[in-house]
Write a protein that binds this ligand. Structure first.
Ligand SMILES: [Zn+2]
Ligand SMILES: [Zn+2]
Length: 226
């Protein structure tokens, strides 16, 4: 005769525990798991994705699917689940069936249709749209190229953290360069560094250039002079 075991949840004696519980309790746990039938996620080629309007950076698609599925499942505390899916080769617009099962229990309990859609995120569309928050005006005779190269390199080095640290366009004039920079924060940082290294004077002026979501948009012009 098999040794009787007891369900830790209800105390009933059972010959076999499923997922650590008696059959009844295990059924209840399964029923208490609430997963949506469908999850749609927008992904941008820059490595950002959104579900419910919040853009997040992701490492890879597998990690992204796992974390979003976990966020969307409601289940009793301490329930352990397995998430299983296979990535298609080309996942633009793909529907990926994701199965959710209780850990140590092979029967899958829910299948979620995970839909990945390619799109352009707000920062990428700003870049493509020529958006800029700042203009760096470099005015110098001798060191113009040096300062220009320095500022450009600085901006590039911030671009990993600040997607808008990017030169949208540039103009060359006599003894000077105008650099149109997507991010004001990045422009200010690079200009400050150039100021101290090349012993320049720095002056910033601001102008409004429109409204967005009820907020005034300000554009800054930073003048760096030898
Ligand atoms: Zn039980
Ligand atoms: Zn993007």
């Amino acid at each position: 005769m098999k040794l009787k075991r007891f369900c830790p949840k209800c105390g009933v004696g059972a010959e076999e525990l499923i997922n650590g519980l008696c059959l009844e309790c295990s059924k209840k746990t399964t029923q208490a798991i609430d997963a949506p039938a469908k999850i749609t996620v927008l992904v941008c080629e820059c490595g950002r994705a959104t579900e419910k309007n919040r853009w997040i950076k992701y490492e890879n698609i597998t990690q992204l699917i796992n974390s979003i599925v976990f966020e969307n499942i409601k289940m009793p505390k301490k329930t352990k689940i397995n998430i299983d899916f296979e990535l298609p080769k080309d996942f633009g617009g793909a529907i990926i069936p994701v199965s959710v099962a209780l850990k140590d229990m092979p029967d899958k309990i829910k299948t979620i249709e995970f839909i990945l859609k390619n799109t352009t995120c707000p920062s990428c569309s700003r870049i493509h749209g020529g958006y800029y928050e700042s203009v760096i005006q470099i005015r110098a005779k001798k060191a113009l190229k040096e300062i220009y190269d320095f500022v450009k390199k600085e901006l590039e080095s911030y671009s990993k953290k600040d997607k808008l640290s990017f030169i949208v366009k540039e103009d060359t004039i006599k003894n000077g360069k105008d650099l149109y920079v997507g991010s004001f924060k990045a422009a200010k940082k690079a200009a400050k560094k150039a100021e101290s290294i090349y012993k320049l004077s720095r002056k910033t002026s601001y102008a409004d250039f429109g409204m967005k979501d009820g907020k005034k948009l300000t554009r800054a012009t930073i003048l760096l002079k030898e």
